[in-house]
Ligand binder design. Structure first.
Ligand code: ADP
Ligand code: MG
Length: 244
């Protein structure tokens, strides 16, 4: 079996007349952590959303585990079971407890019994350190706890790939660490993750590969040491300079 899990092949996308992705290509093997960086509006979220078909690329193809996900015949519901997503603003159901938020997908989508789904949800919430908050509603949780519920919810579907779209950007600075710790644990467990983040020290420590996107194009790519310590392109240098 090949280790290749995701292949993004010459993807281009337009919103109306605006071209927001131009010939983006990259590959991920199982267990890889690819970090996408770039200025606001450079197409990072759009790239992630093309992978689980929350939006459609007009050109190019994306393959997950050998299967063409951009094929119009692709079962999008199955795709979204296999590709989990963690959002900047958590996207939890306010009227459901942490446990219910996490159990919902396994029960409704995977067809587990209510008890099985709740058992799985409990396990996932324990894994993200929320064993004592199972019955809390989102409004009773801190942002960091809510995001950990968001991660548990994605994990409960046992995805092949996890997408993270700026998972810590909405958090107060003192809550960022607990979310990054959970993400680091997932990396250690071998989860394949495609991550958009501005947390550069996190990126440096976990990324197997990084992509710098500007105006919808991959301007530079490489292992974090190369991208951070020896960027080749002026646009990458300027972007990194602005962050420090
Ligand atoms: P990033 O995540 O890097 O900030 P996005 O992928 O959100 O960038 O956006 C890339 C470009 O696409 C931006 O110019 C943005 O305004 C545009 N865009 C994003 N989503 C939509 C949409 N639903 N409709 C129209 N334009 C969009
Ligand atoms: Mg974005």
């Amino acid at each position: 079996m090949s280790d290749s899990l995701l292949r993004v092949d010459e993807v281009s996308k337009w919103y109306g007349d605006e071209k927001v992705l131009t010939d983006v290509s990259f590959d991920m093997d199982r267990g890889d952590v690819t970090v996408l960086i770039g200025p606001s509006g450079s197409g990072k979220s759009t790239m992630l959303r093309c992978v689980n078909r929350l939006t459609e690329a007009q050109e190019g193809d994306i393959y997950l585990d050998g299967e063409c996900v951009t094929d119009p015949e692709m079962d999008v519901n199955r795709l979204r079971r296999e590709v989990g997503m963690v959002f900047q603003d958590f996207n939890l159901f306010a009227h459901l407890t942490a446990l219910e938020n996490v159990a919902l997908g396994p029960q409704r989508v995977l067809g587990l019994s209510k008890d099985e789904a709740r058992a799985r949800a409990r396990e996932q919430l324990e894994q993200v350190g929320l064993a004592d908050q199972l019955d809390s509603y989102p409004a009773e949780l801190s942002g960091g706890q809510q995001q950990r519920v968001g991660i548990a919810r994605a994990l409960a579907m046992e995805p092949k790939l996890l997408l993270f779209d700026e998972p810590t950007s909405a958090l107060d600075p003192e809550l960022v660490g607990e979310v990054l710790t959970v993400m680091r644990d997932l990396v250690d467990e071998g989860m394949t993750m495609l991550v958009v983040t501005h947390e550069m020290s996190f990126a440096r420590s976990v990324a197997s590969n990084m992509l710098f996107l500007d105006k919808g194009q991959v301007v530079e790519r490489g292992p974090p040491e190369q991208l951070f310590d020896a960027p080749e392109h002026d646009r990458t240098k300027a972007f990194l300079r602005r962050l420090t």
